[in-house]
Design a protein around this ligand. Sequence first.
Ligand code: FPP
Length: 242
Amino acid sequence: MALFKKKEINLPPPQHIAIIMDGNGRWAKKRGLPRTAGHGAGAEAFRRTANYCRTLGVKYLTVYAFSTENWKRSEEEVSGIMKLLGKYLEEALADMEKNHVRFRFFGDLSRLSPELQTLCQNAQERSSEYDEVQVNFCLNYGGRDEIVKAAKSFAREVAEGKRKPEELTEQLFDNYLYSAGVPDPELIIRPSGEMRTSNFLLWQSAYSEYVFMDVLWPDFSPKDLDAAIAEYHRRNRRFGGV
Ligand code: FPP
């Protein structure tokens, strides 16, 4: 990928960047380390990236932290990821007044441990008034699951007589998604060389620009984010027009 070009430096960053944090396991394997060490380094990469997004003025950062399919991994790996998330949220709660970051959680949190559910709930509630930067954690998240849940919620309201089927529009459907009220991401980054969407933000990514990069997530640096944003600015976004 071409690096940042000077003339692109002043272009504003996208308002909403989403990232599939991929490659932690391969990063660890290359070093002869357990996979959990890769996730630890991935959590550091997340901290780095979130800080840099804030410096750039990115308003929304959405990260794929745990998918509905990730439960298939070993218990040790799953509990390692959950521990890292818990540690991060505890720190975030302690620093909340200083950082002014708003947290949202996209996904079915009911399968998480009661402790982690409480941390998510506290982080979401205690940060709900902040509006500078918003981090959306996709946790036990699946794009298809999100759409099915939204359809069920709408159907329930129809059955209860609160809505009519004819009322449903794309704009109204947005309100039933985990991401209700959050603008769609303009840019989605997937590091690690994989070129799939992996059930991430299926509805919201209809017109997102995908940038696939070879770097493994734990090595992802501000320079890589600059490169992805520069690539985004080179794209000609037509939204179906000409
Ligand atoms: C995908 O890489 C990564 C995950 C399934 C977990 C992502 C979790 C973190 C980065 C830590 C979460 C904590 C915070 C604070 C954000 P992979 O394991 O599938 O990598 P591989 O494809 O190389 O095996």
